[in-house]
Design a protein around this ligand. Structure first.
Ligand code: PDD
Length: 279
């Protein structure tokens, strides 16, 4: 791990109990896929990180190039070929007080990397996942990739307890916003891919943005608009996207099959093509 300026064994990696990330969830994070030992779409993750930090008024702990170098070093030291890197920045360590520390303290930066089993992820995609729907109960600023994830944690646990893999949040208008840790998509019977616009109560996913380029290149129609859970039930296909899942077909929503009940051809095609477009 990398913790505030030094590399150490993961078992020795620790932060101060007065870190504001620990006390207030006062921080942001990024998760980036590692593929063939390199960081997938790093510039986009970096741009989103900078935006998240600026929205909650935390300074970048170091320059972008230096940060990228540290991230690559963490990947190298962990010898990760396929997996993910987790980066967290908090407002730093100070005696507990809700308002920002004054004068400002140094932001805390921690980075870890872990290997994942690619074959396991492929097998999951071949089978497809089940999702449940839960009421949207998050704050309106879900565009910030904040470490404050309690509603997401509770939703994911509920999904797990109901034998599903992901939970989709549904707003008071009946429309799906996104998953607890992924963006939500459907494919209509006419073959149009539908997902909510990035400016409407979702985290602007990096996988989502790259996938839009894949859709354009494959000349698959895209509509950016909200869809209801009922429309998702009637859809030909559904899938989720996230750095850790790439494109993951959804075969069941609230216990009812989507389309044929098997991973859809468009979802699988998009999954196949994805890494030709990420950088
Ligand atoms: N989550 N929406 C939410 C709420 C998320 O937490 C994530 C990612 C996404 C997809 O974003 P991206 O394509 O940039 O990964 C959408 C990460 C993987 C996590 O929390 O582990």
């Amino acid at each position: 791990a990398y913790v505030n300026g030094r590399y150490c064994d993961l078992r020795d990696a620790a932060v101060n109990i007065e870190d504001r990330g620990y006390q207030f969830s006062d921080g942001v994070y990024e998760v980036c896929e590692i593929r063939n030992g390199s960081l997938v779409d790093l510039p986009r993750h970096m741009a989103r990180l900078k935006r998240s930090l600026s929205e909650i008024r935390i300074a970048m702990p170091m320059g972008e190039a230096a940060l990228a170098a540290v991230m690559h070093e963490v990947v190298r030291r962990n010898r990760v070929h396929y997996g993910l890197i987790y980066l967290q920045i908090t407002r730093g360590v100070a005696h507990r007080d809700h308002a920002f520390p004054s004068p400002a303290v140094k932001p805390s930066l921690t980075i870890t990397a872990k290997s994942l089993n690619f074959e396991k992820n492929q097998a999951m995609a071949a089978k497809g996942i089940a999702v449940i729907t839960v009421p949207e109960n998050r704050w309106p600023r879900v565009d910030i990739k904040s470490v404050s994830l309690l509603p997401n944690v509770l939703a994911k646990q509920q999904a797990k307890e109901q034998g599903a893999y992901e939970a989709w949040f549904v707003g008071s208008d009946g429309c799906v916003t996104e998953g607890s840790s992924s963006n939500a998509w459907i494919v209509t019977k006419a073959g149009t891919v539908v997902t909510r616009s990035a400016e409407s109560g979702i985290l602007p996913g990096i996988t989502r943005a790259v996938l839009m380029e894949v859709l354009a290149a494959l000349q698959i129609r895209l509509e950016e608009r909200p869809f209801t859970a009922a429309e998702a039930h009637e859809a030909a296909e559904a899938f989720v996207t996230a750095s850790t899942q790439i494109v993951m077909p959804v075969v069941k929503i609230d216990g009812k099959p989507v389309g044929t009940g098997a991973p859809g051809p468009i979802a699988l095609k998009l999954r196949d093509h994805f890494h030709g477009f990420s950088s």
